[in-house]
Write a protein that binds this ligand. Sequence first.
Ligand code: AHM
Ligand code: MG
Length: 329
Amino acid sequence: MSSPLITIERFLLSQQPEYAKGDLTTLFYDIALAAKMIATQTRRAALLDVLGYEGTTNIQGERQRKLDVYADDIMFKLNDHTGRLCAMVSEERDDWIRIPENYSKGHYVMVYDPLDGSSNIDTNVTIGTIFGIFRVLDDGNRGRLEDCLRCGRDLVAAGYIIYGTSTMFVYSAGAGVHGFTLDPEIGEFLLTHENMRFPENPAYYSLNFGSYRSWEPEVQQYGDWLQTITEPRLSQRYIGSLVADFHRNLLYGGVYGYPGEVNLPNGKIRLLYEAGPLAFLAEHAGGYGSNGKMSLLDIKPDGLHQRTQVFIGNRSLVEKAEEFIRKQD
Ligand code: AHM
Ligand code: MG
C-alpha cells in the first residue's frame, strides 16, 4: 500500500503538541507561504534580473544581493500584520523589528536569516532560509529588545527552508524534526521526511579547509583528526551554504564547523538566527551544537548580530571538537 499524502497544514494540525496548535501552527503556515514565494523567485532569478547586488550593505557590512533583500521583505510582509508576532529580528536589518502600532501584536518573536549562503546565489548553488521562534517574555507588552536577545534553550520552534533541486521545509516544535518537500505543480509542501534523526554512523565533515592556516592550533588538530580517522572514515563535503551542509549531514550523518579565524575570532555564523535555531533542530534530531566549549543553546546573545564559533551535527563528532578545544585551556 502506498503511503498517505500529508500536507504540511494537515500535519501541523494533527501531529503537533497542544502548545504548538493555534497561533504557532498558523505562523508555520505563513513561513511556508514565504518559502514558496522565495523559492519561486530563486528558481527564476536569472530571468527576472534579481541576481547580483542591490547596492546596499547590511549591518555586518556585507553587500546585499537583490534576492537577500527580496527574501527579507517577503518574510517581513507576510508576518508583520498577522497578530501572531510581537517582534522580529532579521540578519538583513540593523535593529530588531517592531510590529507597526496599527496591527495587533501576538505572543511570539521570530528571528530569521532570510537567505543564507547568498554568496552562492549567482552560481546556482543551494541556499536556505533559517528561522527560530520564541514566546514573548511578558504578554503585557508589545515586544522589547530583551524578548529578542534570548538563548536557544528558550526557542519553542525552529526550522529552515532549503532551495535546492527541490524546495524543502524542515522544522521542529519540540516533538521531532519533520521535513516536507514542495510539489511545485500543486504548490503544497508534502510530508516526505518524518522524524529526521542523525544516523548513528556519520559519513561527512564540512569545514572550510581553505581557512586551515587561520584556525587556532587545537581546531587544526581537530581538523587533522577528522581527516585521518578510519572508524568510520569520513569524506569531506563543504558547500559553503550552512543550511545545505547541515541538511546533508542530518540525512547522512556528519559535522559542520565554522571555527574562529585569526581575523574573525568568533567565526562567521550568527548566534541568534543561524546557530541557535540549527542547534535546536540538531538536539531534537539526536545531535548537538557547540561553540567548542558549551552548547550553542546555552549562550545568551549580548547583541542581535553576535557571531559564534560553531560545531554542529552528530554528537560524537561535536564532542570530539570540544575535547580538542578543552585540552588547550
Ligand atoms: P551569509 O549569512 O552571509 O550567507 O554567510 C553565512 C554562510 C554560511 O551559509 C556558510 O556556511 C558560510 O557563510 C560560508 O563561508 P565561507 O565561504 O567563509 O566558508
Ligand atoms: Mg546567513
